[in-house]
Design a protein around this ligand. Structure first.
Ligand SMILES: Nc1ncnc2c1ncn2[C@@H]1O[C@H](COP(=O)(O)OP(=O)(O)OP(=O)(O)O)[C@@H](O)[C@H]1O
Length: 601
């Protein structure tokens, strides 16, 4: 089979652009203007607060990608602030080699932070939720103990002098502007990642891991890159923190501080840049405003967290997200436009048939599939039907690499289809939908669909970080293709809506649009008509036929017998994991055993 990577002519989307992570820009500019105007007050104390806020934000920008976007509970991030602060201070003080200039020491801290960021993050590849959170806390304790014990270098409990920045950054206001500069750059960098295919992939891994895998997203590589970036930014924040403090001891890196970073993102809201920024501002200002209650600050955080979780579960971001409030058109209908498929799927090399031979898979004592043979021909719709529990979804899961069969073989033409490796299926242009739609509720419909095209991205992480031309061009192409896919399935008008505001039937069509982004050679549909109205099922049938006419081989698992008999070229009937019958719809409709086991009289 040849992968269909031919480029197709794309036309620009007809709808307004969907908001990026920095839109609208004005709240960021307003906050920056306020912080930059602090020197006008002449109040050095407020200068200190504003500088601290900017430094915390530098750390939170990176951590936000981990916690807010990837959904990893990294609670002990103060450890990386500490690593950065000590690396910068030790190198600038010349405790291990000749003293380095402050900026060089800060650069080294960034590199050290990137390495430690990966070390802290690695457990996330195996551990989930609180188990991972515990490892980050453990790491924070280890770092704290090392800084205490390694007296020759770190000064132990007595501490070490922080680095001094060169002029003009050696004054209160100079340092403020330097930190604001870092904050702006970090905001820009992380927003670039967030709006790239890497950012969407992070959110997909968080909310719809199997759909992410089916789209070719490899979680380990993605997380390592992001942990590296977040580690570097946290360590740079640490270097700036040591400069601001002028003198650091292990006591400066408290658990409260770690909690502040984490809660800033939690109350800010997931998958947002502005929310966590506001969260950081609030949590930095809170102890100052409630100065008389300083000893209650931890309790204040806890109360605030409770209030926010109860009052606005989506955090500040959800509250200020206009997509949550904008009314969606009432009585909307899904009207697929098959002509959009001409541009989207284009002229492609027709793949060779996909064959399954003698596939066997048992779960414990249950033989879910027991010697299944199946051929999906390109340009045809192949129905896979059978009673509940007969092995239909398991067959799809074997084809899409989630399960490894115990015996039997799979091939596309003469090329064997390797068992396992669900992330590798996207590159082979095998796309699928799921029995229960897998969506990223907080992302727009357009972004959900764009995830389906992740595998076609060639621009690297660094190109995304700096928003280089190739990255921007790919994003434009991807967006144009996603709009075409949405037009093809009849959801063009909902591109900008949050996916969790869609109706069930719309989600089913959205999943098909996401699958179409692969320009699939084979499309596996798992009960796409479940929950659809009669008219929607009719439109779905026409859409599936149109897709197959463009050369795609469709494997359709369905319980709606009428749909199967209307649109399928071939039908295979499973019963208790075995093929009960296979043939044309006309043959199956009158097959005695099929009628008695499944169709009924
Ligand atoms: N992960 C699993 N662990 C254990 N048993 C499983 C697993 N997945 C499926 N099974 C079992 O394998 C058999 C086939 O299940 P499968 O979901 O493939 O059936 P199906 O034909 O898709 O059914 P339905 O129409 O209800 O979706 C069932 O007996 C089911 O209980």
């Amino acid at each position: 089979m040849s992968a269909t990577t031919d480029t197709v002519p794309l036309r620009a989307g007809i709808l307004p652009k969907v908001a990026g992570p920095l839109s609208p820009l004005w709240p960021f500019l307003l906050l920056l203007a306020i912080a930059a105007a602090v020197p006008l007050t002449g109040n050095a104390y407020w200068g200190l607060i504003a500088t601290r806020m900017a430094i915390y934000w530098v750390l939170v920008t990176g951590l936000n990608l981990i916690v807010g976007y990837a959904g990893q509970l990294a609670i002990g991030y103060v450890a990386l602030l500490s690593v950065g602060a000590y690396t910068t201070s030790v190198l600038a003080a010349g405790n291990v080699a000749a003293p380095l200039p402050a900026f060089a020491a800060l650069g080294c801290a960034g590199v050290v932070g990137a390495v430690f960021g990966v070390i802290v993050g690695l457990p996330a590849l195996r551990l989930r939720t609180f188990y991972f959170a515990m490892t980050t806390l453990g790491f924070a304790t280890i770092v704290n103990q090392i800084t205490l014990a390694w007296q020759d270098v770190t000064g132990g409990g007595i501490g070490i002098t922080g680095p001094e920045m060169p002029a003009p950054f050696d004054t209160t206001w100079g340092l403020l502007y330097l930190c604001l500069g870092f904050a702006v750059v970090c905001t820009w960098l992380t927003a670039n990642v967030a709006r790239s295919r890497f950012g969407r992939a992070l959110v997909a891994v968080r909310d719809a891991e199997v759909a992410a895998e089916a789209s070719g997203i490899r979680k380990p590589r993605l997380l390592v890159l992001v942990f590296m970036l977040a580690g570097a930014l946290a360590a740079i924040a640490g270097g700036l923190f040591a400069t601001l403090q002028t003198y650091i001891t292990p006591d400066a890196f408290t658990f409260d501080l770690s909690l502040l970073f984490f809660i800033a993102i939690l109350i800010g809201g997931r998958g947002s840049i502005l929310g966590p920024l506001l969260g950081t501002v609030i949590l930095t200002l809170l102890p100052e405003i409630a100065a008389p209650l300083a000893s209650w600050s931890t309790s204040l955080y806890a109360v605030l967290l409770l209030v926010i979780v109860l009052a606005m579960p989506g955090g500040i971001a959800a509250m200020i997200d206009p997509r949550s409030r904008r009314k969606l058109p009432a009585n909307r209908v899904i009207a697929p436009r098959a002509e959009a498929l001409d541009t989207l799927l284009g002229q492609r090399t027709v793949p060779e048939p996909m064959r399954l031979l003698g596939i066997v898979l048992a779960f414990g004592g249950v033989r879910a599939i027991d010697g299944v043979d199946l051929t999906v021909a390109p340009g045809q719709v192949h129905g896979l039907i059978g009673p509940n529990g007969s092995g239909k979804t398991t067959t799809l899961n074997v084809i899409s690499g989630y399960y490894r069969p115990e015996s039997g073989g799979m091939a596309i033409g003469a090329a064997p289809l390797p068992a396992g490796d669900p992330e590798g299926r996207a590159a082979l242009r095998i796309a699928r939908t799921f029995q229960t739609p897998r969506l990223i509720g907080e992302a727009s419909v357009l972004e959900n669909v764009m995830i389906g095209g992740t595998v076609d991205g060639t621009a690297g992480f660094a190109e995304a970080l700096f928003s280089l031309p190739r990255q921007r061009a790919e994003e434009r192409d991807l967006e144009a293709r996603a709009r075409l896919a949405l037009a093809a399935v009849g959801l063009a008008d909902l591109a900008g809506a949050r996916a969790d505001r869609l109706q069930h039937s719309e989600l089913r069509f959205m999943e098909i649009a996401r699958a179409l982004m692969l320009r699939p050679s084979f499309l596996l549909l798992d009960e796409p008509a479940a929950g659809l109205s009669t008219e929607e099922i009719r439109r779905l049938g026409a859409l599936v036929r149109a897709i197959s006419r463009h050369g795609t081989g469709v494997l359709l698992v369905e319980h709606h017998a009428d749909l199967i008999f209307d649109i399928c070229d071939q039908v295979t009937v499973l019963n208790l994991g075995k093929v009960l019958a296979a043939g044309t719809p006309a043959e199956i409709r009158v097959h005695k055993e099929v009628v008695s086991a499944y169709l009924g009289a």
